[in-house]
Design a protein around this ligand. Structure first.
Ligand code: HEC
Ligand code: HEC
Ligand code: HEC
Ligand code: HEC
Ligand code: HEC
Length: 387
C-alpha cells in the first residue's frame, strides 16, 4: 500500500488557500452574491441589532435548533457537523499544520466563522448553520415554501433575505471545488462542481441540493452512507463467451454510475475495489483465482502528478473482465465491490500515529484511524453458482 507523505497536507493547504486560487475564475463561476457570501473565513458578525434577544443573536446550532428543530436534528447526524473531526483537529495540534497560517487555511472550510477561530466550543461544531445562513447577523435562505405558514409578526431575527442562490449548485462550490491552476492530469484536486456541470443530471436541472438535500433535508449523505451509494450505483456480474459452463470461466463485473451527478467517487481520497474470484462449496476463496482493480483517482503526491484515473463519469460504466481456468473444487463465482471512503486519510493517519508525541494530538489521531477503518463497507456481493 502506498504511504502518503505528510507533505501532501501542506500542499493541500497551499492549493486550498484562497490567495492561490484563480480569483477571476472563482468570481465568474460563483457570481457576485456567492463570491461575497463565501469569503472565508466568514467575517465577524459584529454587534447584533439592539432589538435581538440573546437567542436571536446566538450563533451556535443548538440555539437555531430551538426554533428549527428538524434542521438541527438532521444536521447533527452529518459530516458537516463533524467537520472538526479528530483526524482534522489532531493535525492542527502538532506538526507543520500547527503553524498559524497553515491552520487558518484549513479552518476556512472545516470551521468557517471568524467567531469559531476565537471560541473553542463553537469551533468544534464544524460547519455550523450560521456558516451557510448568517452574515452580519442577517439571515439568508432559500425562497419561502409556497405552503409555508405566514411569517409571525414581528418575525424572529428580523425575518430573512430570500436568495435563489441557495438552490443553485454554485452554492456548494466554494468548499467542494478548487478554482486554482494546480491541476494534475488537467483536473483540479477537488473538481466536484465541474464534474457536475458536465453531467446529464445538470442538463436535466438536478442540482447538488436535489440529491444531497431532497425536500431541503439537511442530511448531506454521500460516499460514507452505503444506502446512498447503492441507490445510485449498479453492479452486475454476467457470464460472457464460454460463460460459466466449461473448464474456463469467463464473466464481467460491471459497475455503472447510473445516478451520481459527478464522478464515482468524486474525490482523490476514497477507493472502490472491484474483485472476482472462485469459491469452493464451503465458501473458501480458492487461491490464485482472484482478479481485482481499483476505481479511484490516484496521485503521486511527491511531484503532484496524476498516476491514473479510473473513476466513473456520470452515466458511464467500468468493467472488470474475468477469464480463468475453473479451479478444482470451484462451486461459486463471486463478484464483490468494496468502498473505502477514507483510504487516503487512513494512510496519512497511520503515518502521523508513528510521528506524534503530543498526547492530545496522538489520541485524536488514534480515534481518526479507528473511524477510517470502520467506514469501509461491501457495496454489493454477487454470487453465481457454477453448474
Ligand atoms: C426564536 C426563534 C428562531 C431562532 C432562534 C432562529 N430562527 Fe430562523 N426563523 C425563525 C422563523 C419563525 C422563521 C420564519 C420567518 C419567515 O417566514 O419570515 C425563520 C426563518 C429562517 C430562515 C429562512 C427559511 C426559509 O424559508 O428560507 C433561515 C435560513 C433561518 N431562519 C436560519 C436560522 C439560523 C441559522 C438560526 C441560528 C443562527 C436561526 N434561524 C435562529 C425562527 C427562529
Ligand atoms: C476548500 C475546502 C477545504 C479546505 C481548505 C480543507 N479541506 Fe479538508 N476536506 C474538505 C472536504 C470537502 C472534505 C471531504 C472530502 C474528502 O474526504 O476529501 C475534506 C476532508 C478532510 C479530512 C478527512 C475527513 C475528516 O474530517 O476526518 C481531513 C483529515 C481533512 N479534510 C484535513 C484538512 C486539512 C489538514 C486542511 C488544511 C491543510 C484541510 N482539510 C483544508 C474541504 C477542505
Ligand atoms: C452547508 C450549508 C448549510 C448548513 C450548514 C445549514 N444549511 Fe440550512 N439550508 C442550506 C441550503 C442550501 C438550503 C436550501 C435548500 C433547498 O432549497 O434545496 C437550506 C435551507 C434551510 C431552511 C429552509 C428550510 C425549508 O424547509 O424551507 C432553514 C430553516 C434552514 N436551512 C436552517 C438551518 C439550520 C437551523 C441549520 C443548522 C442546524 C442549517 N440550516 C445548516 C444550507 C445549509
Ligand atoms: C444526481 C445526484 C447527485 C448530484 C446532482 C450530486 N451528487 Fe454528490 N453524490 C451523489 C451520490 C449518489 C454520492 C455517493 C457516491 C459517490 O461518492 O460518488 C455522492 C457523493 C458526494 C460526495 C462524497 C465524496 C466523493 O468522493 O464522492 C460529495 C462531497 C458530494 N457528492 C458533493 C456534491 C456536490 C458539491 C454536488 C454539486 C456540485 C453534488 N454532489 C451533486 C449524488 C449526487
Ligand atoms: C463551508 C464549506 C462547505 C460548504 C459550503 C459545503 N460543504 Fe459539504 N463538506 C465540507 C467538508 C469540509 C466536508 C467533509 C467533512 C468531514 O468529513 O470532515 C463536507 C462533506 C460533504 C458531504 C459528505 C460526503 C461523504 O463523504 O459522505 C456531502 C454529500 C456534502 N458535503 C455536500 C454538500 C452540498 C450539497 C453543499 C451545498 C448545499 C455543501 N456540501 C456545502 C465543506 C462544505
Amino acid at each position: 500500500m502506498t504511504r502518503f507523505p505528510t507533505r501532501w497536507l501542506l500542499l493541500l493547504a497551499v492549493a486550498a488557500c484562497p490567495a492561490a486560487a484563480g480569483a477571476g475564475e472563482r468570481e465568474a463561476i460563483l457570481g457576485p452574491f456567492l463570491a461575497q457570501h463565501w469569503r472565508l473565513p466568514v467575517p465577524a458578525q459584529g454587534a447584533p441589532p439592539e432589538a435581538f434577544t440573546p437567542l436571536e443573536a446566538a450563533l451556535d446550532p443548538a440555539s437555531c435548533g430551538s426554533c428549527h428543530p428538524q434542521q438541527y436534528a438532521d444536521w447533527q447526524t452529518t459530516l458537516h457537523a463533524g467537520a472538526y473531526s479528530p483526524g482534522f483537529a489532531g493535525q492542527l495540534i502538532e506538526g507543520p499544520l500547527a503553524e498559524r497560517t497553515e491552520r487558518d487555511a484549513c479552518l476556512t472550510c472545516h470551521s468557517p466563522l471568524a467567531e469559531q477561530q476565537r471560541d473553542a466550543g463553537l469551533r468544534a461544531q464544524g460547519i455550523v448553520c450560521a456558516a451557510c445562513h448568517v452574515r452580519s447577523h442577517r439571515r439568508f435562505g432559500p425562497p419561502r415554501r409556497p405552503d409555508a405558514a405566514p411569517a409571525p409578526s414581528p418575525a424572529p431575527h428580523a425575518g430573512f433575505e430570500a436568495r435563489a442562490e441557495f438552490q443553485d449548485a454554485r452554492f456548494c462550490a466554494e468548499c467542494h471545488q478548487f478554482f486554482d491552476a494546480d491541476a494534475p492530469g488537467g483536473k483540479p484536486i477537488q473538481n466536484t462542481f465541474v464534474e457536475w456541470q458536465q453531467s446529464p443530471q445538470a442538463a436535466r436541472g438536478e442540482t447538488c441540493q436535489s440529491c444531497h438535500m431532497p425536500d431541503r433535508a439537511h442530511r448531506w449523505r454521500g460516499i460514507h452512507d452505503p444506502e446512498t451509494v447503492r441507490d445510485a450505483v449498479d453492479v452486475t456480474l454476467t457470464p460472457v463467451a464460454a460463460g460459466l459452463e466449461g473448464p474456463r470461466l469467463e464473466a464481467a463485473l460491471v459497475v455503472n454510475n447510473r445516478g451520481v451527478g459527478h464522478h464515482f467517487p468524486s474525490y482523490v481520497t476514497p477507493r472502490v475495489r472491484v474483485a472476482v474470484w472462485q469459491e469452493d462449496s464451503s465458501g473458501r476463496e480458492l487461491s490464485g483465482t482472484r482478479e481485482q482493480a481499483w476505481i479511484a483517482r490516484v496521485l503521486d503526491f511527491s511531484d503532484w502528478s496524476e498516476i491514473s484515473d479510473t473513476r466513473i463519469p456520470p452515466g458511464e460504466s467500468v468493467k472488470l473482465d474475468y477469464a480463468q481456468e475453473r479451479a478444482a473444487g470451484a462451486a461459486v463465482l463471486v463478484g464483490r465491490v468494496t468502498v473505502d471512503p477514507d483510504y487516503h486519510y487512513r494512510g496519512v493517519y497511520q503515518e502521523l500515529v508513528q510521528t506524534y508525541s503530543d498526547p492530545a494530538a496522538l489520541s485524536r489521531m488514534r480515534e481518526a484511524l479507528r473511524r477510517a477503518d470502520a467506514s469501509r463497507y461491501v457495496l454489493r456481493e454477487l454470487r453465481r453458482p457454477l453448474p
